[in-house]
Design a protein around this ligand. Structure first.
Ligand SMILES: Cc1cc2ncn([C@H]3O[C@H](COP(=O)(O)O)[C@@H](O)[C@H]3O)c2cc1C
Ligand SMILES: O=C(O)c1cccnc1
Length: 361
């Protein structure tokens, strides 16, 4: 399934991109006046293979949740139980991601890929339904949290593959249910540590540049976190040409599943709007599996985590908004969604100089 998904990921359609550039030149606005929205809409035309591309509606957020053995190294001040407790909060509609999803009209699917504590909620029965007011839970736990990457490989290759394939399956289910765009979300206390190792592994960045303060760690905790990232790289020597091996050695279950979601979206030629540092670390893995997957990625925002900027630069992506957010859950992606929709809507709705009778220079 992973291999067939990778094989299905194709480059952008040049003729649809040419048509979109040509259409932009005829719309009632000075050429280039919509800045980054123009190139984004051209890319989405290339992804869809059509000009105009479909409006990216409805939107579906997939929040992958997992726990982390590296929590034992004291890399975050928060107790591990908060991961499961926040899932209950997501399902009750009380988290920031829920508020933003309701505002954006996006559905929320929470996927347990490896939460360590027992969850209060059971899987939501039935097929995926894209209802912005009813968050759903999918139970797809690979194992109860990763092993401690400071001590041993976080996952076996098989476990990492299962998590990636879960992400692909969720992408397929959401797209089959009608989603026109997927948004990445994450929940996992401690997950900025594996994100920092993944970013260093795939980009070659120094741990000081790939590691941030996550939920807001103090100076001694930050120093410990950087040391854990540096030691993990030395212990595992992850090979960026072997993304499954990298995810297994130093990743998290939600990072692996997010990589799968991104690959699944790219294979279905559906845009995937990336959230913060966890999402972009997973995007590096997706790009290592299939470089053409970058064509489906839209960087929602620039997380305050420094590793996010390192990863975005490596992917060649410019984030749409930069608000100093450092929350995760999918919140930054949701705030960027109207920008993506606006970029596409222009190609659908704006009159041409000809049709509107507006004189050209
Ligand atoms: C209440 C709460 C809600 C959150 N929502 C997202 N995160 C974010 O913070 C965590 C990563 O930061 P670190 O690596 O420093 O632990 C992840 O769960 C991420 O989704 C949260 C964190 C907390 C505490
Ligand atoms: O960038 C993010 O998504 C992020 C940053 C800090 C903590 N959790 C998530």
């Amino acid at each position: 399934m992973l291999e067939t998904t990778i094989a299905a990921i194709r480059p952008l359609d040049e003729s649809a991109m040419t048509a979109a550039r040509e259409l932009h030149g005829r719309l009632t606005k000075p050429a280039g006046s919509l800045g980054a929205l123009e190139e984004l809409s051209v890319r989405l035309a290339g992804l869809a293979g059509a000009c105009p591309p479909p409006l990216p509606e409805p939107a579906a957020v997939a929040i992958f949740a997992g726990d982390h053995g590296v929590h034992a190294q004291g890399v975050t001040p928060w107790p591990q139980e908060v991961t499961g407790q926040m899932i209950a909060n997501f399902l009750a509609g009380g988290a920031v991601v829920n508020a933003f999803a309701r505002q954006a009209g996006a559905s929320v699917t929470v996927v347990d890929v490896g939460v360590a504590t027992p969850l209060p909620a059971a899987e939501t029965p039935g097929p995926a339904v894209l209802d912005p007011h009813s968050p759903r839970l999918v139970s797809a736990s690979v194992r109860p949290g990763t092993r401690d990457l400071a001590v041993t490989a976080a996952l076996t290759r098989d476990e990492a593959r299962t998590a990636v394939q879960t992400g692909i399956r969720i992408a397929d289910e959401l797209i089959d249910a009608g989603a026109g765009i997927l948004l990445t979300g994450d929940m996992g206390i401690g997950n900025t540590t594996p994100a920092a190792v993944l970013i260093a592994a795939f980009t070659g960045a120094d741990p000081l540049d790939s590691t941030g303060r996550g939920t807001g760690v103090d100076d001694p905790t930050y120093a410990r976190k950087v040391a854990v990232v540096r030691a993990a790289l030395a212990r595992h020597t992850p090979d960026p040409a072997d993304p499954l091996g990298v995810l297994a050695a130093v990743g998290g279950l939600e990072h692996a599943a997010l990589a799968g979601l991104i690959l699944g979206a790219a294979a279905r030629r559906t845009p995937v709007l990336l959230d913060g540092v966890i999402a972009v670390s997973a995007a590096l893995a997706a790009a290592a599996f299939a470089p053409a997957a970058v064509g489906a990625m839209v960087a929602g925002h620039r997380s305050a985590e420094p590793g996010a900027t390192v990863a975005l630069r490596h992917l060649g992506l410019d984030p749409l908004i930069d608000l100093g957010l450092r929350l995760g859950e999918g919140t930054g992606a949701l705030l960027a969604l109207p920008v993506v929709t606006g970029a596409v809507r222009v190609l659908h709705e704006v009159a041409t100089f000809d049709s509107a009778g507006v004189a050209e220079k």
